[in-house]
Design a binder for this molecule. Structure first.
Ligand code: UDP
Length: 366
């Protein structure tokens, strides 16, 4: 039997632990007071509503292996995220689809008409978009860009969209039909009892020990005690920020409790730059199969990470990428530790990417 130390109990750490525990001894160390990382959910003691404490998580994937795997630990109830966007006191459908286009330009275009209209708005001088703004101008033209992406993105990322990679916008589709499913992935759902149950089940094994409330630095790891270490914390923190801090955005929430239905939808984005929050999520709409008279909603704000903030979104600006290269060189010199997941590899990964990566990594250590 080998002995493995896993730092972090989000999807990276928990999937690894679950995959490796049959034939190995696993110690999971988690700095927070709970397992599950940012996917952690809990029932609100006052209303009984399942709260996504670190922001909404809607499971969506095109990876059948990951979809089948996750369902060993939960019942995924099909869920389609239909996001709305408020811009200048009007409510629009997202992602940009035929309804959005017709509403915004006050037209009744058919799919074909809308496509050629949007093509006529596209900035054709941009051949290969070099950044978020160019991608948007090429994709939908300046009016839709200004309305739905410019203000929101400045709030969300705290910088000019010209500084951000084009890949961030490529996450969102533009559709010339009335499909308002936010995600393009074929498999989508929400775990019936929340996400925390998934992590509890993954980590429930006699060979797995979980230590909570323990922040561990590189110096504190006793490598002689373990055959291998898996690290899912931030890569810059591991090297004690010797080359500086990688740029991350964090989000924070204001929580409200009320009677009835606050906004009639799970997620509404606020595109105007003057409105300080980026979006509002009303959590009972993530479990439409439950009946709740009360409601809880979170206003979400975004800001640059400071020392004790939880890093959410890797910014990956030019300077960050250069810094990451230096950290990666250091990392590549180490053979007894594997860096895994969003924070340790500094990539904008969704849940299903993280799970797929952990499943793949585990194959080498069974
Ligand atoms: N975005 C935007 N307006 C919106 C929604 C998204 O400008 O109403 C931009 C924003 O920069 C965001 C990116 O598109 O970071 C990707 O959106 P996604 O919904 O994938 O972000 P996430 O779910 O990761 O927060």
């Amino acid at each position: 039997m080998k002995k493995y130390l896993i730092i972090g109990s989000g999807f990276s750490g928990s999937v690894l632990a679950q995959q490796l525990c049959e034939n190995n001894i696993i110690h999971v160390v988690e700095e927070r007071s709970h397992i599950g990382g940012n996917c952690y959910t809990e029932k609100d003691p006052e209303t009984g509503i399942t709260l996504h404490q670190y922001g909404p998580h809607i499971f969506n994937t095109d990876n059948v292996e990951v979809w089948n795997y996750i369902q060993q630990f939960c019942e995924m109830v099909p869920f389609i995220n239909r996001v709305k966007s408020v811009y200048q006191n009007q409510v629009y459908s997202l992602p940009i689809n035929l309804h959005t286009i017709n509403q915004f330009f006050q037209k009744d275009f058919s799919p074909k008409e809308a496509r050629s209209f949007i093509e006529s708005l596209s900035d054709t001088s941009i051949e290969v978009p070099k950044n978020f703004e160019e991608q948007a101008l090429k994709f939908v033209g300046k009016d839709l860009y200004k309305a739905f992406f410019h203000g929101y993105t400045k709030k969300q990322w705290g910088c000019e969209p010209t500084e951000l990679p084009a890949s961030i916008l490529k996450r969102l589709p533009v559709r010339f039909n009335y499909n308002d499913n936010y995600y393009a992935m074929p498999l989508q759902g929400i775990p019936r009892n929340g996400y925390t149950e998934i992590f509890e089940k993954m980590l429930d094994h006699p060979n797995i020990t979980v230590t909570l409330n323990k922040k561990i630095t590189a110096e504190e790891i006793d490598f002689s005690e373990y055959d291998h270490v898996f690290y899912s914390g931030p890569i810059d923190a591991y090297f004690d920020y010797k080359y500086g801090r990688l740029g991350y955005r964090t989000v924070f929430f204001e929580k409200f409790t009320d009677e009835g239905d606050f906004q009639g939808n799970a997620v509404i984005n606020y595109a105007d730059q003057e409105i300080p929050h980026t979006r509002i999520h009303e959590h009972k709409h993530f479990t439409p199969w439950e009946d709740h008279e009360q409601t809880v909603y979170f206003k979400e704000f975004s800001k640059e990470t400071e020392e004790n903030d939880i890093p959410y979104y890797p910014k990956r600006l030019q300077g960050d990428i250069e810094m990451l290269e230096k950290y990666s060189e250091e990392k590549d010199k180490l053979s007894n530790i594997t860096f895994i997941g969003r924070l340790a590899t500094y990539r904008y990964m969704d849940m299903h990417h993280v799970i797929a990566e952990a499943l793949e990594t585990a194959k080498r250590f069974r």
